[in-house]
Write a protein that binds this ligand. Structure first.
Ligand SMILES: Nc1ncnc2c1ncn2[C@@H]1O[C@H](COP(=O)(O)OP(=O)(O)OP(=O)(O)O)[C@@H](O)[C@H]1O
Ligand SMILES: [Mg+2]
Length: 348
C-alpha cells in the first residue's frame, strides 16, 4: 500500500519499506512432536515487516503460514514448540526486543499480544469463548490494553462493530458468539483485533468467510487503518488477487521454508522461483471463463514428515536439475537488491 519511498517531511524519518523493520523473523523453527514423529511445520523462516506496509505470505495449504503467525505471538498449541530463532520486535517506545526472550505466559508477552500486535485468526469460531458474550470478550481486550473507562470501552467496541459492518452493534455486544453467523464472527474478530490500535496486525485468511463485497470493504478498512496508524500488516492468504491489491512485499513459503521474497511488483512481473511461477500460472486469467478448470501445480504437496531430499520442491519442479536439486538444499540468497530466492538456478 505504501510502496513509495518518500521521507517524512517534518522529521526526515525514512518511511514505508525504507524504515527499519518493526518485526524481523530470523531462522524461526517450530516443530510438532507427535507420536508419529517430528513435523517441521516451520523450518527456518526469515522475513522483515516494515511499519505502514503489508507483507503478504502465500503458499499452498500446510506450508506453515498459520504456524509462523502463531509463533510470532507464542500461541502455538502443544505438541508444537518453537525450537529455534528470534522474533525481533521494535516496540512503540523504539526499544528492540526479541519476543522469544519472553515466556509465552509472561506479563510482557501478554501486554504485547492482542495489544501492540494483534491477530485475526483463520478459524473465527475457535478464537472466541462460547461461555462469554462478545461484549465481555472485547471488553477484556480493551481493559488489558487501554486505560479507558467502562463506558468508553463499550462505546469504542460498539463503534468498531459498526465499522466492520455489523448491524445493531449495541445489541450484539450482549450476545454469545454462537449467535453470530460465520461472516459476522469473522467481522467481530476483525473489530476485536483492531480496537486496541495495534502496531502490527497479523491477518490469517481474514476475509475467506466473506462475500466479495464485504471482503472489499474489509480490505478497504484495513488499508485506512494502516494509513492512519502506520500499522504494519502480515497478510496470509491463498488469494493472489488479494495480494496484488494490498501487499507491498511477498514471502512465498513451501513446506516450512521461504522459497522467495521481495516486492510485490517483482513477484508478479518477474517471479524467480519455479514454485512462484507455478503459483502464478494457476491464477485464473481475467479472460478465462469462470467455468474453466484452473490449471493446478502438478504433483501433490509432500507430507512434512516425508520431506523430499534436497530442495523439497524438486519432485514437482519444471526446472529440476538431476544430481543437484535432489541432493543438496538451496539457501535463500539475494539475487538483486530487492529479491531473495532459494533455488539452484540462481546459485553460482
Ligand atoms: N497440532 C498439530 N500437530 C501436528 N502437526 C500440526 C499441528 N498443527 C499444524 N501441524 C502441521 O504443521 C504444518 C503447517 O500448518 P499450518 O497450519 O501453518 O499450514 P498453513 O500454511 O496455514 O495451511 P492452510 O493454508 O491450510 O491454512 C502442516 O503440515 C500441519 O499438518
Ligand atoms: Mg493456515
Amino acid at each position: 500500500m505504501t510502496t513509495e519511498t518518500a521521507t517524512d517531511q517534518t522529521t526526515e524519518q525514512p518511511r514505508g519499506l525504507d524504515a527499519d523493520p518493526v518485526i524481523s523473523v530470523r531462522d524461526l523453527e517450530t516443530h510438532f512432536f507427535t507420536d508419529e514423529g517430528v513435523v517441521r511445520a516451520v523450518d527456518g523462516v526469515n522475513f522483515d515487516v516494515h511499519p505502514g506496509t503489508t507483507m503478504g505470505i502465500v503458499g499452498e495449504s500446510g506450508c506453515g503460514k498459520s504456524i509462523t503467525a502463531k509463533s510470532i505471538l507464542q500461541i502455538v498449541e502443544a505438541p508444537g514448540r518453537i525450537v529455534n530463532g528470534e522474533i525481533q520486535y521494535r516496540r512503540q517506545s523504539g526499544e528492540a526486543v526479541n519476543l522469544l526472550d519472553y515466556p509465552a505466559n509472561s506479563g510482557r508477552m501478554r501486554a504485547i499480544r492482542g495489544g501492540e500486535i494483534s491477530m485475526i485468526f483463520q478459524e473465527p469460531m475457535t478464537s472466541f469463548s462460547s461461555l462469554h458474550t462478545f461484549g465481555n470478550q472485547i471488553d477484556e481486550a480493551l481493559k488489558l490494553h487501554t486505560n479507558l473507562s467502562k463506558d468508553e470501552r463499550f462505546e469504542l467496541a460498539v463503534d468498531w462493530l459498526a465499522r466492520v459492518g455489523i448491524p445493531n452493534p449495541s445489541q450484539r455486544m450482549h450476545e454469545y458468539p454462537f449467535r453470530f453467523s460465520g461472516g459476522q464472527l469473522q467481522r467481530a474478530m476483525i473489530a476485536m483485533a483492531m480496537c486496541t490500535n495495534p502496531k502490527v496486525l497479523i491477518a490469517d485468511e481474514p476475509t475467506t468467510a466473506l462475500d466479495v463485497t464485504t471482503q472489499a470493504q474489509i480490505l478497504d478498512l484495513l488499508q485506512r487503518m494502516q494509513e492512519e496508524n502506520d500499522m504494519a500488516i502480515v497478510f496470509i492468504t491463498h488469494d493472489l488477487g488479494v495480494i496484488a491489491e494490498i501487499a507491498d512485499e511477498v514471502t512465498v513459503m513451501y513446506l516450512g521454508k521461504v522459497v522467495e521474497s521481495g516486492p510485490v511488483n517483482d513477484f508478479f512481473d518477474a517471479p524467480l522461483h519455479p514454485y512462484s511461477r507455478a503459483l502464478l500460472t494457476s491464477i485464473p486469467s481475467m479472460f478465462t471463463g469462470s467455468r474453466e478448470r484452473l490449471p493446478s501445480i502438478s504433483g501433490s504437496i509432500p507430507h512434512p514428515q516425508n520431506r523430499p531430499s534436497g530442495c523439497a520442491f524438486h519432485p514437482r519442479c519444471q526446472s529440476f536439475i538431476n544430481g543437484v536439486c535432489d541432493i543438496r538444499e538451496p539457501n535463500l540468497v539475494s539475487v538483486n537488491e530487492e529479491q531473495d530466492v532459494s533455488c539452484f538456478l540462481y546459485e553460482d
